[in-house]
Structures are given as structure tokens and as C-alpha cells.
Design a protein. Structure first.
Length: 173
């Protein structure tokens, strides 16, 4: 069963909620503030929730995302029920929709089998929170889950996981 929850919180209530929830072990976090960007395995610390303007925690079970809007933090959760997540239930909006997975390639090509991914056009190094090392000069894809209506138009989308994939273009011949 998939649920859709959404609610606005004060910052203090939001931080308390984020710290109290039991996130799946494989959860990843992506968060942004004006001075930094994070993409890492989830480290459940108050700083993640207090100092970021927007972010998301995601795993194959669901995605919790937030954004500061003036003096409130607007949060949305889409996925399997997460114990302790007391938010307003909007699951009825999922009726008649079907889930479909897709992916988006992230920046960079792997350097051999190290956890270092190089973007070639604007030279930059990335260290993705990925456990596998299967493909030399491979790529990383962000797996997405789209909830489509009867016209195949996405109504809701969430981050699902990361996948290491073979890059046919950059693969050694």
C-alpha cells in the first residue's frame, strides 16, 4: 500500500519529526542551503533538518521531501507507510494512478572502480553514496518512480534509489 502525506510544520516541529522517525537503513539524503549541497547516506542529525532550505530522504520504501516556505517547512511523503509519520493523509489522490519507474543519468563517469566520478565538460569530481563497483567507467542513474494518470502524464514523482549502470558510450572497447 502506498500513501501520500503532506503537511506544513514550524521549524522546531519539523526538526523533531525528522529526528524521531526510523528511516530505512539504506536511506540517502539530498539537501540544499544557500552555501552547500549534500548528497550522502543518511546521517540523522538535527543539522540536516535545521540548516537546509530543501531536501529529501529517500529509499526504495519511500521519499520524504521538504522545502522552507517563509516561516514554515512544507513536507511531503510518498511511499509505503513509515511508522510514526503523523501527517495529513492525501492518499486518495493516488486513486486511479499507476506507478512506473524511470531513471535520470547523474553527472560523471566512474574512474576505474573507485568511488570517484568525473564530469568532463566542467571538470569536477563527484562521490556518490553508492555501494557497488561493477562497471569501470560506468555511470550512476537516479531511479525515479512516477505516478501516472490514464493519459500517461505524471501526477506525482519521487526519488527511489541509485543504480550503477554500464555506460556504452564511455566503455572501453
Amino acid at each position: 500500500m502506498t500513501v501520500l502525506y503532506a503537511q506544513d510544520f514550524t521549524l522546531d516541529t519539523f526538526v523533531s519529526l525528522g529526528l524521531a522517525l526510523e528511516w530505512p537503513e539504506e536511506s540517502l539524503s539530498m539537501a540544499f542551503s544557500p552555501t552547500r549541497a549534500l548528497f550522502q547516506r543518511l546521517e540523522k542529525r538535527a543539522e540536516l533538518f535545521q540548516t537546509t532550505d530543501q531536501g529529501r530522504i529517500f529509499s526504495h520504501q519511500g521519499e520524504f521531501k521538504w522545502r522552507r516556505v517563509h516561516r514554515v517547512v512544507r513536507a511531503v511523503y510518498l511511499g509505503t507507510p513509515l511508522p510514526g509519520l503523523n501527517m495529513t493523509d492525501h492518499s486518495r489522490l493516488l486513486a486511479g494512478l499507476r506507478a512506473e519507474r524511470g531513471q535520470v543519468l547523474l553527472w560523471g563517469v566512474r574512474t576505474e572502480l573507485e568511488n570517484e566520478w568525473l564530469e568532463q565538460q566542467v571538470p569536477q569530481r563527484f562521490h556518490y553514496p553508492l555501494n557497488t563497483a561493477r562497471f569501470p567507467r560506468g555511470r550512476v542513474a537516479l531511479v525515479l518512480e512516477h505516478w501516472l494518470n490514464e493519459h500517461n502524464l505524471p501526477q506525482f514523482s519521487r526519488y527511489h534509489s541509485l543504480a550503477e549502470i554500464k555506460d556504452e558510450y564511455h566503455a572501453p572497447r
